[in-house]
Design a protein around this ligand. Sequence first.
Ligand code: ZN
Length: 317
Amino acid sequence: MGGVACDRGRLRPALTPTLVVDRDTRLLVFAPHPDDEVLAAGGLIQQVREAGGIVHVVYVTSGDAYIASVKIEEHVANPTTRDYRDYGQQRESEARTAMRTLGVGAWSLTFLGFPNAGLNRLMSTYWSERQSAYRSPYTRRQRPAQSERFIPDTEYRGEDLTQELAEIIGDFRPTLILVPRSEEQNGDHCATWFFVADALGDVTRVQPRFRTDLVSYIVHYNAWPLENDDPVLKPPDDLDAGVSGWMTVRLTDQQVAAKREAVHKYRSQMNAMGWFLDGFVRRTEVFSRPAPTHVALPIAHSVCDQFEDPPRRTKKP
Ligand SMILES: [Zn+2]
């Protein structure tokens, strides 16, 4: 990271109102679903790579519960458990292709396989093993597929997700973390913020000298970013700019073109809502730094529940 300040003899990122990346940058992106990383930060990811830094992306869910898109991709009116699982695999495959376009190989991607449209429930009701694990009404899973369990006994419980995230952060030791804002109007996006913040608390308890630059992005907020088609992406008027003001990252023509190509690799999402995805392909990306907050999960009533998709019944295969 560029811009460093001394903290008890150690260097750490300073709260400058800019994002400067260099060969020492270790960027960790948390994406609630495959495509969020490219929409929010497809340009910044390229800039970290071009500066000689390292990028790693963690997909918390595989986006397997997007019913309208499952129907299109699986050619069915009433998707089965198998259809939802197949669709999740398709989205993971698209993520690998999209990220390869940006120079990020499959070894730099981690799929955690947590329940799409269910993360907010894990913050409160399905937190600990005092309660049976959450079961996705779509995939019927109560735990990630075996190949996607970062910690072997992981199930769909909040404390298990926090533990996995803390382990990933502790291992990777990012200098820069990208995470959705808590105000995002999507249950999984909102919950991802809380889980990452909770996990960061765990990491700093174990490694008190660990420092990172926590930066947030936006994907779902009212009609944003489609209110205008200005080539420069402006932040929503009614969202605060955080502790260091809005930070704008300017992309080169080549980076814009590569971002567009990566976005278009998400074929399933382009088929369902290409107009929305294309709205993020502009000359700039915007980020902000949240004010220091103490998040300790679980919480009795998840603020993210208001953005939860209504539960739907699925047919057993
Ligand atoms: Zn998303």
